[in-house]
Design a protein around this ligand. Structure first.
Ligand SMILES: [Zn+2]
Length: 489
């Protein structure tokens, strides 16, 4: 199918959009903090990982790392700074920062705030209604809409063909201060759509193969704080009155919530996990979307550190599909040169190259749906100067296009046909010998009987179980081409 539209105008008059006029939240800690760069040159890998784990477990705000020029950035109170210096860890102060003061908001106005993200998504949807669908996937704590934009040649979710296609989620801004991250999925959408309307075959293929849901800005409330009050704000806006403490949305997901010292129970911590799993409406919004679409792929954008992270987050824990995650991440890194030009983004599990985490979205998406799941830590600063914006975003958009096409070649698609083809039965699916013995959820077809999975080359057995206990098994092999199968049950 060709997209028969002659011209798509996505020219965006960003400068005319207004920003929120005043502060809407009051945060707990109004003390001056410093952005401090630890100098880790001369330490070996194991010593550096010990330092990262120590800092993270002790509750320090480790905002990013740099493996090329071994260093780490911390946001520290003056007393914490004194303690860090007393341990003998060397470094230097990059910046002083006073929350709730005039100079606290130093974000470049050209980055997108929530109002602008909403406006752009609406413009894209209006400009490309044949291949997009805009939805409010949930509401923030403060009641603001969280948007998801579907990119697909089948944007009508009543259309049976929609269910025959695999789904992908691309999100950004779990962490409010990571202001460059919404720009990746938005630029990706515009680039693919503009190319598709120009009849570019590869772009049309992407939209025909996938249902791609972009959620550029999950943490809308946190972003409001960043733009109005404190540009270093990370969490959501949980709390009330003068006591906004915030929950780290990316420690609030259900899979292994609070199970491996990868989050904090202290409200003041930057990695505060919340009262219970999925306590936050932002977390629920993404999970509700995922429960509906059963993603075969999940890509989450954070900043910074120039890393490609794959599951699991917990220390020493890897998925039953580590070969797939590791090899695709390694190949993707060849498409992601570092800003210095001296190397590539570094692939690894969080605990291998950063620090252990629990309750994170990436681990949850793999464990719950079997998704190929990665987290990109992009750039070398959580708020890069705007002059660096295009370089960082463009290479990440291009590598995301590369990844989408790569995963397209590794897709296994199953359709289960029953006597009553109108029933909305979900069948259980197992793919052997893939190991899912670490508390993962059982895999299943969607309500139209389809199941999609990214698989490494190799030999497999698929086992399909109907709700009344009938079982069918089939052998199949994956090479580097997509494969589909129909099973009658
Ligand atoms: Zn982050």
């Amino acid at each position: 199918m060709k997209i028969l539209i002659s011209l798509l105008c996505l020219t965006l008059g960003l400068s005319i959009l207004s920003k929120p006029a005043k502060a809407q939240f009051v945060q707990e800690n109004k003390n001056t903090v410093v952005r401090y760069q630890l100098d880790l040159r001369g330490y070996d890998y194991y010593s550096i990982m010990n330092i990262f784990n120590y800092l993270n477990n002790a509750g320090y705000d480790l905002s990013g790392i740099n493996w090329e020029n071994p260093s780490a950035e911390l946001i520290l109170s003056s007393s914490d700074l004194a303690y860090i210096v007393s341990t003998g860890l060397k470094g230097n102060i990059l910046e002083y920062h006073e929350p709730a003061s005039e100079n606290a908001v130093r974000v470049d106005e050209r980055y997108l705030d929530p109002t602008e993200v909403e406006s752009i998504l609406k413009k894209i949807n209006e400009a490309a209604p044949e291949v997009t669908r805009l939805e409010v996937i949930g509401q923030s704590l403060a009641g603001e809409p969280i948007y998801g934009l579907l990119l697909s040649t089948t944007p009508n979710i009543q259309n049976p063909k929609y269910y025959s296609k695999p789904s992908m989620i691309v999100d950004g801004l779990h962490h409010a201060r990571e202001i460059v991250t919404p720009e990746v999925s938005i630029d990706f959408a515009m680039k693919v759509l503009e190319a598709a309307y120009a009849q570019n075959e590869r772009a049309i293929d992407i939209l025909e193969t996938w249902n791609i849901w972009i959620v550029p800005m999950l943490n809308v409330d946190g972003s409001r704080i960043v733009w109005s009050e404190d540009s270093y704000w990370r969490k959501n806006a949980r709390g009330s009155g003068g006591n906004i403490f915030g929950v780290d949305i990316n420690r609030n997901y259900g899979y292994r919530f609070n199970e491996c010292n990868g989050s904090s129970g202290r409200k003041g911590s930057q990695t505060y996990r919340g009262e219970h799993a999925q306590s936050e409406p932002e977390t629920k919004a993404l999970i509700n979307l995922a429960d509906r679409i059963l993603p075969a792929a999940y890509i989450s954008y954070h900043s910074f550190s120039e890393l490609i992270l794959f599951p699991y987050g917990c220390n020493k824990s890897l998925t039953g599909e580590d070969g797939l995650h590791r090899s695709v991440s390694q190949e993707m890194s060849q498409h992601l040169p570092t800003d210095s030009g001296r190397g590539q983004y570094k692939p690894g599990a969080p605990w291998e190259i950063l620090y252990g985490v629990d309750g994170d979205s990436m681990s949850h998406m793999h464990a719950s749906y079997g998704a190929f799941a990665i987290t990109l830590e992009i750039g070398t600063a959580f708020q890069p100067p705007y002059s660096k914006r295009d370089e960082i975003v463009n290479k990440n958009v291009n590598s995301l296009i590369w990844l989408t096409e790569k995963l397209s070649q590794s897709l296994f698609s199953l359709q289960v046909v029953s006597g009553n083809s109108f029933s909305s039965v979900q069948y259980g699916v197992e793919i052997l010998p893939i190991r899912r013995d670490q508390g993962e959820a059982p895999l299943r077809t969607n309500s139209a009987g389809y199941f999609h999975k990214v698989l490494s080359p190799g030999d497999y057995i698929i086992r399909v179980t109907s709700p009344d206990g009938r079982v069918v098994e089939r052998k199949f092999s994956m090479t580097n081409v997509p494969k589909s199968m129909t099973i009658s049950l």
